[in-house]
Design a protein around this ligand. Structure first.
Ligand code: MG
Ligand code: ZN
Length: 219
């Protein structure tokens, strides 16, 4: 019984910060998206390529969530975008309070968009609202096409599914990944989800993703 009560309190404190974050972002007219995936799906590589390819089109600021280190924030800064690193010190998801502190360090008036890279984890980041305008789930080909079926929560809640590393589907690589199955399973959970198969490595499919992303600031 007590456990349930504590859980409710934690969630409502998080929701209060999430509301504050969404109000701050709205004041600045800055859309914000929350990228969620397993470790190793290529989120940071995707972000670096997106920032680089959209230089001069979209000014993106990044909040990097990791358990330890600022390796990912350094990679983002090397692509010449402002990045704030949050180390969760063992925590397996970002909280809205952590994002609230990070947002204060970003030059929101000089940004068109904020992208949050959540801690690598397909489960609990789905349950913690950060004040974002939408969640983006990244699934990479080596993880398998069964992930939407096995982790329905995040696929049901996301605006966009990026299927990354599609370069591995070609050239006779020994990867069993049925693109159609992943798409059908994701759409079964979420009729309106936008799906972009991409390779952040070769650039394949990235233009469709960029069109969606830039479309979010013209609304
Ligand atoms: Mg990363
Ligand atoms: Zn967690």
């Amino acid at each position: 019984m007590e456990k349930v009560d504590i859980g409710k309190k934690v969630l409502s404190a998080n929701e209060a910060y999430a509301l504050k974050n969404s109000q701050l972002l709205a004041q600045h007219g800055t859309p914000c998206f929350n990228l969620i995936s397993s470790p190793g799906s290529g989120k940071t590589t995707l972000l670096v390529r997106t920032i680089t390819d959209l230089t001069g089109t979209l000014r993106i600021g990044v909040i990097e969530g990791d358990i330890q280190t600022d390796i990912d924030a350094q990679r983002i800064r090397a692509a010449k975008a402002p990045a704030v690193q949050i180390n969760t010190e063992g925590g397996c998801h970002l909280s809205a309070a952590q994002v609230s502190r990070a947002l204060k360090e970003l030059p929101l008036d000089r940004l068109d968009m904020v992208l949050i890279e959540n801690v690598g984890n397909l489960v609990c980041p789905a349950a913690f609202e950060l004040g974002e305008h939408g969640k983006i789930v990244v699934l990479s080909v080596p993880e398998g096409d069964d992930k939407p079926a096995k982790y329905p929560g995040i696929f049901a809640k996301s605006r966009v599914l990026l299927i990354n590393k599609i370069d591995l589907l070609q050239g006779g690589a020994q990867v069993d990944f049925d693109l159609q199955r992943a798409k059908v399973d994701a759409r079964r959970l979420n009729k309106s989800i936008e799906i972009f198969p991409v390779s952040a490595k070769t650039g394949e499919g990235m233009q469709d993703w960029y069109a969606w992303l830039t479309g979010q600031i013209r609304r």
